[in-house]
Design a protein around this ligand. Structure first.
Ligand SMILES: C[S@@+](CC[C@H](N)C(=O)[O-])C[C@H]1O[C@@H](n2cnc3c(N)ncnc32)[C@H](O)[C@@H]1O
Length: 199
C-alpha cells in the first residue's frame, strides 16, 4: 500500500481516538506567533486539519478559515466541530493561486516523503498571496519510518526545510523547537514561519 493510502486508512479507522487525544492540545505558542505575523485580512488554509481544533480557533478570532484533509472521517469531524468548510483533498493536489494570506501546516507534512514535501512547498507558495505566511511544524530527525501506530512518518532535518523553502522563494521569518505536546512521546517538533515576499 502506498503511504498516502496508509495514512488515509489510519486516520479513517482511528478518527475517534485520534480526535480525543489531540483536540485539547494547547497550540498557543504556534498560534500566537502565526497570528502575530499573518496579514490582517485574507483567508487561512489549514492543511491536514485533523480534529478541527485550529480551524475553530481561527474562526473564533474572526478569520475566514477552511481546511483540507485526506481522511473523510476527519473532514466530517473537523467541519462539524469548527463550523468551517473542510475539503477532502491532499496538499499535493492543491491548485489555487494567491488565495490565502496564511497557510497552517501543523503536524501534517510529516506524512510526506522529502520529494512530496518539496512539491507541497511549491503548490503552497503559489497558493499564498504576496506577503502571505506559512507555518510548518514537523517532527525533528533524520529518518523515514512506520511509527508505533502504523503510520508512515518522516522526521525532518532543519536545514533541509530551510534550504527548500528558500529555493521556492520563501523567506524565513521565525524558527523554534519544542518537545512533543504528548509528553510520553520522546520527540521534538521543529516549527518554521516563512513569508512570500513581493518580487
Ligand atoms: C498528525 S495529524 C495532525 C492533525 C492536526 N493538524 C493537528 O495538529 O492536530 C496529520 C493530519 O494530516 C492529514 N494529512 C496527511 N497527509 C495529508 C496530505 N497529503 N494532505 C492533506 N492532509 C494530510 C491527516 O489526515 C491528519 O489529519
Amino acid at each position: 500500500m502506498k503511504h498516502q493510502e496508509n495514512i488515509t486508512q489510519y486516520y479513517n479507522i482511528n478518527a475517534k481516538s485520534y480526535i480525543k487525544e489531540t483536540i485539547n492540545i494547547d497550540m498557543s505558542e504556534n498560534f500566537d506567533k502565526f497570528m502575530g505575523i499573518l496579514p490582517s485580512n485574507g483567508a487561512i488554509l489549514d492543511v491536514g486539519s485533523g480534529s478541527g481544533r485550529d480551524l475553530k480557533r481561527f474562526s473564533e478570532r474572526k478569520r475566514f478559515a477552511t481546511g483540507i484533509d485526506i481522511s473523510q472521517e476527519l473532514v466530517n469531524a473537523a467541519q462539524e466541530y469548527s463550523g468551517c468548510q473542510v475539503r477532502l483533498k491532499s496538499v499535493l493536489d492543491l491548485n489555487e493561486d494567491s488565495a490565502y494570506a496564511g497557510i497552517w501546516c501543523c503536524a501534517s507534512l510529516l506524512h510526506l516523503t522529502n520529494d512530496e514535501f518539496i512539491k507541497a512547498l511549491k503548490v503552497m507558495y503559489i497558493a499564498l498571496e504576496d506577503n502571505g505566511v506559512i507555518l510548518i511544524s514537523v517532527k525533528k530527525g533524520d529518518k523515514e519510518t512506520i511509527d508505533a501506530l502504523g503510520r508512515y512518518m518522516n522526521y525532518y532535518q532543519e536545514d533541509f526545510i530551510k534550504k527548500e523553502a528558500v529555493k521556492v522563494g520563501l523567506e524565513e521569518i521565525d524558527f523554534w523547537e519544542t518537545p512533543h505536546a504528548i509528553a510520553s512521546r520522546n520527540e521534538s517538533f521543529i516549527t518554521f514561519i516563512f513569508k512570500k515576499n513581493i518580487i
